[in-house]
Design a protein around this ligand. Sequence first.
Ligand code: NYM
Length: 212
Amino acid sequence: MACRRGALIVLEGVDRAGKTTQCKKLVQALQQSGQRAEMLRFPDRTTEIGQLINSYLEKKSDLEDHTIHLLFSANRWEQVPLIKEKLEQGVHLIVDRYAFSGVAFTSAKPGMSVDWCKFPDVGLPKPDLVLFLQLSPTEAARRGQFGVERYENTDFQKAVQARFQQLMRDRSVNWEVIDACRSVEDLHKEIKSRSKAAMDTAACQPIGELWK
Ligand code: NYM
């Protein structure tokens, strides 16, 4: 492959860390500088699987814990052909949550192990960079009321944060931790510069496989 593939960059963090705002700003900045960049988000609530997930998150339906976990994973796998195609075309993909949210949220539930939770996502396209927006759950709660969706309470978010910390010890993934307790613009500048470095490195490398 010529040195031109796009980079897969994921933003992770607890709810309210600012991931969606920062993903949008990064895509906009890249496009303004003449690069091809698109945003993806998981869950992608627009697909049939995504609608099942949406109904679960909105507490309109109840699903068994393993079952909903597998649906979140399937919702990523259904986008894999598109992800690979775009990266190979040289489009940078900026992704709001990925398999790490999948594992952190499910494994924060009683009786769900991190190892079991990782398995369905093994082999997904591996992100070239995972930026973890670090914000304490207490500070996140201060940013405004949590919504009414499932998982949106401080105790659960603390458990999720602990699982993220555990996942970040895995050096096979290129994690970078960023202090999210700053202004939107300061955070954006740092995210842009860290992403730029990852894009330069990714350009000449094949797409990796996650957790393999
Ligand atoms: N979530 C997200 C999961 O439980 N598993 C997953 O695999 C993913 C991608 O869905 N609280 C949870 C985290 C969030 C919720 O996310 C919806 P958002 O970014 O608010 O749409």
